[in-house]
Design a protein around this ligand. Structure first.
Ligand SMILES: *[C@@H]1O[C@H](CO)[C@@H](O)[C@H](O)[C@H]1NC(C)=O
Ligand SMILES: *[C@@H]1O[C@H](CO)[C@@H](O)[C@H](O)[C@H]1NC(C)=O
Ligand SMILES: *[C@@H]1O[C@H](CO)[C@@H](O)[C@H](O)[C@H]1NC(C)=O
Length: 270
């Protein structure tokens, strides 16, 4: 009985240490922009321990089946239009991002460390210094892995060779601007679909049309302002909020024995 208890205690401790690798994460990062209309990478099953994957949408902008393929590869799932940035006041905005965090900060984990986690980004370069964003990781930014990176989802902010935006919104792909830079001026935002115009203008107003501004980042509990749009909450959020003590839970030997008994019974039944 004693032996089993200490083995389980040890496993609990290992679980806490492993999950801790996704909790206290901070550092410096570069930010980029994207809006390729593809199904977000965190929109697939089993990317991380979470309530459900990030919502993806069909061409009607309504949530679509979790297993629907990406519109960037012949499928019917796209990024929902409301996963876009918005200003709360002159120094604070919410948004969504494609994330890459270097493995040395995540104990080697990749998407399971960041999918659906939220990060506070404090801008450190002028003219954005003093401004803050809280973003939820809805996507992954694997194409540059030399830096920690947050690629902010900004409509018209940076398109790719895929024509997914054209398919999703029934417009010419050129409306979303040029590959690698997006549209050129705030006036061009008026050519975007109505539900994307305001967030497109956010780039030129609140974000001051910056390229590659730097940030200090740290993981923070996800606000419902963001999770209500993705429907995705990580299983380690409760621990992060301190609602559940991040110590190994105390398992009483009798509960353990009962569990063991049930397990053995099941084994015999099989
Ligand atoms: C979190 O990480 C930072 C930076 O590595 C460190 O200074 C801080 O003590 C850590 N906090 C906890 C609670 O582990
Ligand atoms: C646009 O996206 C590409 C691909 O991720 C990236 O290399 C580039 O730096 C981005 N441009 C901007 C201005 O963020
Ligand atoms: C901006 O909004 C944030 C988040 O609600 C708040 O913490 C901050 O105090 C506000 N700043 C100003 C200048 O109103």
């Amino acid at each position: 009985m004693k032996v089993h208890y200490s083995v389980f205690g040890f496993l609990d401790l290992v679980a806490v240490l492993v999950s801790g690798a996704s909790l206290n994460i901070s550092g410096e990062a570069v930010t980029t922009r994207f809006w390729d209309c593809c199904k977000p990478s965190c929109g697939w099953k089993a990317k991380a321990p979470f309530s459900r994957p990030v919502l993806s949408c069909g061409i009607d902008d309504k949530p679509i089946d979790i297993d629907a393929g990406t519109g960037c590869n012949g499928g019917s799932a796209y990024q929902c239009s409301n996963q876009q940035p918005w200003k709360v006041n002159d120094t604070f905005s919410y948004g969504f991002a494609g994330v890459f965090i270097k493995p040395e900060l995540t104990a080697g984990k990749i998407e399971d460390a960041w999918c659906c986690a939220c990060y506070q980004l404090d801008f450190t370069s002028d003219p954005l210094k003093g401004k803050t964003m809280i973003v939820q990781a809805s996507n992954t930014a694997y194409d540059v892995t030399s830096n920690n990176r947050f690629s902010l989802a900004i409509p018209g902010g940076n398109t790719t060779s895929h024509d997914a935006c054209a398919k999703q919104y029934g417009v010419d792909q050129k409306v979303f601007g040029q590959e690698n830079s997006g549209i050129r001026s705030e006036n061009d935002c008026d050519n975007l679909p109505d539900n994307l115009k305001e967030a497109c203008k956010w780039r030129f107003e609140w974000y001051k049309d910056q390229q590659y501004p730097s940030v200090n980042f740290k993981r923070v509990p996800c606000p419902t302002e963001l999770t209500s749009k993705t429907q995705c909450t990580r299983n380690d959020e409760a621990e992060l909020k301190g609602l559940v003590p991040s110590q190994a839970p105390v398992v009483s030997p009798s509960i353990l024995l009962a569990t063991l008994g049930v397990t053995m019974t099941c084994l015999f039944l099989v």
